[in-house]
Design a protein around this ligand. Structure first.
Ligand code: 5GP
Ligand code: MG
Length: 200
């Protein structure tokens, strides 16, 4: 079951935040405990759904690395892992061009594929990645995201597995960055809004 995450007191997590980042993180949106519990639930659901198959889990670099590492270690199935890296150009209002800077190495023809990403936001990255993977003729592609921000969607796409649905906030931590920073925070935090612009 998916719970609405509750905002926790940042003071409780001070020891886990480097001093020079403490003024930049406004609050904790999803604590380490909440993440652990929910990732376990997702893993149980995926284990049931893929009980008789040998899925290839493909993770989008770099944001989904922590999520992937925690998730797959809770799935006792003969998984193979691969990664893709996408960089995108364009704005929120024009179709984004997604270019792959790292392609899959495993031959996914005829395979069950589970595509993982950190956040489903406008939907363009996941849609375009899935479209390109389909050209490699897998048996099926399902999608799994840790966070879903449905209010920002510009393409009609949903994920088959969603960790948490969150409001329109810019989040960092647990693999997610702002200007390459904050990925190693163990929780999902909210960045002080004055530090960034949410567009494009
Ligand atoms: P989409 O193509 O769905 O708009 O973008 C998804 C990608 O944008 C995610 O994989 C993630 O890299 C980035 N993104 C979207 N929202 C956030 C956010 O709140 N925080 C961070 N760090 N990245 C985000
Ligand atoms: Mg990403």
């Amino acid at each position: 079951m998916q719970r609405i995450p509750s905002t926790s007191d940042l003071a409780l997590h001070r020891g886990r935040v480097p001093k020079i980042w403490q003024k930049e993180i406004e609050s904790v949106l999803i604590s380490e405990t909440h993440l652990r519990t929910r990732v376990k639930e997702l893993a149980a659901e995926i284990t049931r759904d893929y009980a008789h198959s040998e899925p290839v889990v493909i993770s989008l670099l770099n944001g989904s690395t922590m999520f992937m590492a925690d998730l797959v270690r809770q799935i006792p199935l003969p998984i193979e892992l691969d990664f893709v890296a996408a960089s995108s150009y364009g704005t929120r209002t024009t179709p984004r061009r997604v270019r792959f800077t790292k392609k899959v190495s495993i031959d996914i023809r005829g395979r069950e594929v589970l595509l993982l990403d950190d956040i489903l936001d406008s939907g363009q990255t996941l849609w375009e990645t899935r479209r390109q993977l389909r050209t490699l003729k897998p048996y099926r592609i399902k999608t799994c995201v840790l966070l879903d921000k449905p209010s920002r969607r510009i393409i009609r796409i949903g994920a088959d597995y969603v960790g948490f649905t969150i409001p329109n906030l810019f989040v960092v931590g647990y693999g997610m960055d702002y200007a390459h920073q904050f990925r190693n925070l163990p929780f999902v935090g909210i960045l002080c809004p004055e530090l960034f612009s949410n567009e494009p």
